[in-house]
Design a protein around this ligand. Structure first.
Ligand code: FES
Ligand code: FES
Length: 182
């Protein structure tokens, strides 16, 4: 049965957005289609590959399986909220320095998982690193470089600091499809 769209206010990368969608709409769809944040990728849509991961608070969450209505007022951070090419987050910089990419499709999830890992374990053991990435799939076989990048990020994080979930910008950005159409 179709559920009527409703208005939800969510906090993403430090900004508040009003979005209009059915309550069960996966957060991933809102991020990519409404907010045009394409860091999180659609891979399996089943919570299994990790390509869609985002941070909610400091936890890595699969945005394809969390409903919009379940996000509530918790701070969401996507890859775009961590850094950019001019000022990459230390974890992003570590992936670049270690050439940890082939097609790049898995990297959103790998980087988000690493940021979450270092938030909870600033000095992770090899086992903790492998466990953190265990359910993130890389079809290109870039695992050796990715593990090296995570080790680098762990070594740098104490000096470089971590990106938090950002200050809230109280300006609400509306994503009302009716407004867009008017
Ligand atoms: S797309 Fe979300 S876990 Fe695969
Ligand atoms: S680099 Fe291609 S899926 Fe990981």
């Amino acid at each position: 049965m179709l559920t009527a769209a409703a208005k939800f206010r969510i906090r993403v990368n430090g900004r508040i957005h009003d979005v209009y969608a059915a309550p069960r709409t996966p957060l991933l769809y809102i991020l990519r289609n409404d907010l045009k944040l394409n860091g999180p990728k659609f891979g399996c849509g089943l919570g299994e590959c990790g390509a869609c991961a985002v941070l909610i608070g400091n936890r890595s969450v699969r945005s394809c399986t969390i409903a919009l209505s379940a996000v509530r007022d918790r701070a969401v951070t996507t890859l775009e909220g961590l850094g950019n090419s001019d000022a990459p987050h230390p974890v992003q910089a570590a992936f670049i320095a270690n050439n940890a990419a082939q097609c790049g499709y898995c990297l959103n999830g790998m980087i988000i998982a690493t940021v979450a890992l270092l938030a909870s374990h600033p000095h992770p053991t090899e086992t903790e690193i492998r466990n953190a990435l265990r359910y993130h799939l890389c079809r290109c076989g870039t695992h050796i470089e990715i593990l090296a990048a995570v080790r680098s990020a762990a070594a740098w994080s104490a000096e470089a600091g971590q990106a938090g979930d950002g200050a809230v910008d109280d300006r609400a950005t509306s994503h009302d499809p009716h407004e867009a159409a008017s």
